[in-house]
Design a binder for this molecule. Sequence first.
Ligand SMILES: CC(C)(COP(=O)(O)OP(=O)(O)OC[C@H]1O[C@@H](n2cnc3c(N)ncnc32)[C@H](O)[C@@H]1OP(=O)(O)O)[C@@H](O)C(=O)NCCC(=O)NCCS
Length: 161
Amino acid sequence: MTFSDIVTESKLKTRCMDIVEVLPGDKHYEQFLLFRHNNLRIPLGITSGRGLPDERDNDQCVHLATLNSEKDVVAVCTIRRESNEEFRLFQMAVDESLRRSGTGSAILGAITDRARKAGARGMFCHARTYAVPFYTRNGWTVTGSEFHEVGIPHLPMKVEL
Ligand SMILES: CC(C)(COP(=O)(O)OP(=O)(O)OC[C@H]1O[C@@H](n2cnc3c(N)ncnc32)[C@H](O)[C@@H]1OP(=O)(O)O)[C@@H](O)C(=O)NCCC(=O)NCCS
């Protein structure tokens, strides 16, 4: 099997996965919170808050999760309404074994549709600097200078809807 076959197979697997909305109390919610913790906090050495909601979560949030064929969470992201026209994106993460196979772009596309349908004209985020090429590839632009958050460099980014 060539590298290109592996990438193609991986992209096909991505297409077979479901992207679902997760509400607090749903059967996937606990797994969703653990996935966020394991993929976004643990790599930064943050061990507190395991299985707890993010401090930015509120009733203005929409949480999406990608489920594989075993119904395990393999990608997540959240948007929160900041005003009538603007949403903030945060907690974007894909299981390490599925990265660079289109899984992140698929869930980002789904949450962008949700924001658009809810009347948003734009979204913004604080992107980890190393993840900027992912957002750029999906149509986002850098809007300011680098700053530090949770101990690592970030850049402010936005996308028009
Ligand atoms: C950032 C992240 C969400 C991207 O998800 P993904 O599923 O790997 O992204 P995709 O496969 O949809 O990538 C689409 C394109 O974005 C760009 N891209 C994605 N990850 C990249 C990387 N690490 N370096 C450079 N370009 C990257 C590429 O152009 C890629 O297309 P290609 O694979 O055909 O070259 C994922 O790497 C991740 O979960 N990282 C750890 C958590 C994290 O840092 N989240 C972001 C917080 S701001």
